[in-house]
Design a protein around this ligand. Structure first.
Ligand code: BYC
Length: 333
């Protein structure tokens, strides 16, 4: 009998002839996953599981760090001191999330330098959503409400991911994301209730621009998801792309009513029989274009990250020189 992992590993791994010892290790690994146990860095794991996690966790880390850029655009133009302080704190949180996630990925044996080199060369992906521009202040609220809202929906199940360091990082990240979502909703609510007609129109316009890209954050439809089945089998993903997207739409449709904005989908409607909202078609051609590097801001985002890395070279050099000096002093003592 074949194990799931054997069925679904890439071709080169399937051709690999396993020793009896390896077959036994694989059997124990599958049993551990089936029992809902967590995998720690020192535990044996199939190479494909390790690679999948490095791919997903590093993409997630890159998303957090690149995700600081669209918001950074508004730090100097926040309308009040209170909103500026909140925005700064949120952006700092995203940097922290990137750090926890790079650290979690490093436990799998890939260095941060390797992960960053993959990002800077355009080889590694980051979330499609951060390739859209932030045109008005209302975009800051809508990013909190919709983008962080979608992120939480996707990330809460990751707190139960089978790889323990990722699951642990996600617990703290989700707590912080929850504040991010609420501050976004609050900023929009103030504009909708106490704002001018122009401010309300600005909120509606931002909602129109971010709604469809937010739905794309959950990834391609299940039928086209390359990694979905294997990730669910391994307990990396607990809920499929389409199911998470549906949960997000159901929750957000109600929040939009409270806010008083219209979601830009004429087909959005509660379906009593399904117990869910029906919604219109998503433009998957646009999604793949953006993921493939041809979104409105892809080039700008990557250039900003490469510049930040290059500008920070002296800090890394200084930190290394200091660490070497400390080590030499300790050896001499
Ligand atoms: N954008 O087989 P699939 C945040 C790729 S940041 C780009 O379904 P999987 C925040 C996918 O990687 C939140 N690429 O993949 C920060 C794969 O390509 P590769 C970021 C996408 O892994 C600052 C291919 O399409 N969250 O919260 O099973 C401010 C086929 O997809 C996208 C995470 O990263 C996309 N949207 O599922 C505010 C969560 N979707 O790798 C907020 C962790 C798919 O074969 N990640 N692709 O070349 C995940 O949960 C999963 O990786 C995904 C995709 C649901 C994204």
């Amino acid at each position: 009998m074949y194990t799931q992992a054997m069925d679904l590993a890439p071709k080169e791994e399937q051709r690999h002839v396993r020793s009896l010892e390896e077959v036994e290790l694989m059997r124990r690994f599958d049993a551990k996953i089936d029992a809902g146990d967590y995998v720690e860095p020192k535990d044996w794991m199939p190479e494909h599981y390790r690679k999948t996690l490095v791919r997903q966790i590093s993409q997630h880390a890159h998303s957090e760090v690149v995700g600081m850029l669209p918001e950074g655009n508004w730090v100097t133009r926040a309308p009040t001191l209170k909103r500026k302080t909140i925005l700064l704190a949120k952006i700092q949180d995203e940097a922290g999330h990137g750090l926890y996630l790079y650290s979690a990925a490093e436990t799998l044996g890939t260095s941060r330098d390797e992960m960053q080199a993959a990002l800077h060369s355009g080889k590694a992906k980051y979330s499609s959503i951060f390739n859209y521009p932030t045109l008005t202040w209302a975009d800051m609220g809508v990013i909190g409400w919709l983008v962080d809202g979608a992120a939480i929906m996707n990330q809460v199940p990751l707190t139960r991911c089978s790889y323990a360091p990722y699951a642990r990082a996600m617990v703290r990240i989700c707590r912080e994301e929850s504040f991010h979502q609420r501050q976004g909703f609050d900023a929009l609510n103030v504009m909708m209730r106490e704002g001018t007609p122009e401010q309300r129109a600005m909120v509606q316009d931002a909602t129109n621009r971010w709604w469809w890209p937010s739905l794309m954050m959950f990834g391609p439809p299940d039928a086209e998801s390359v990694h979905g089945t294997q990730n669910m089998r391994w307990g990396i993903k607990r809920i499929s792309n389409d199911d998470l997207r549906q949960k997000f739409i159901d929750a957000t449709a109600e929040q939009a009513k409270v806010l008083g904005v219209t979601l830009p989908d004429p087909e959005l409607k509660w379906n009593e029989a399904r117990g869910h909202h029906d919604f219109g078609p998503i433009d998957w051609a646009e999604f793949w274009r953006v993921v493939g590097g041809d979104g409105p801001c892809n080039k700008e985002r990557l250039a900003a990250r490469v510049k930040a890395y290059d500008d920070g070279a002296w800090v890394r050099d200084a930190a290394l020189a200091y660490a070497r000096k400390q080590a030499t002093r300790q050896e001499a003592a």
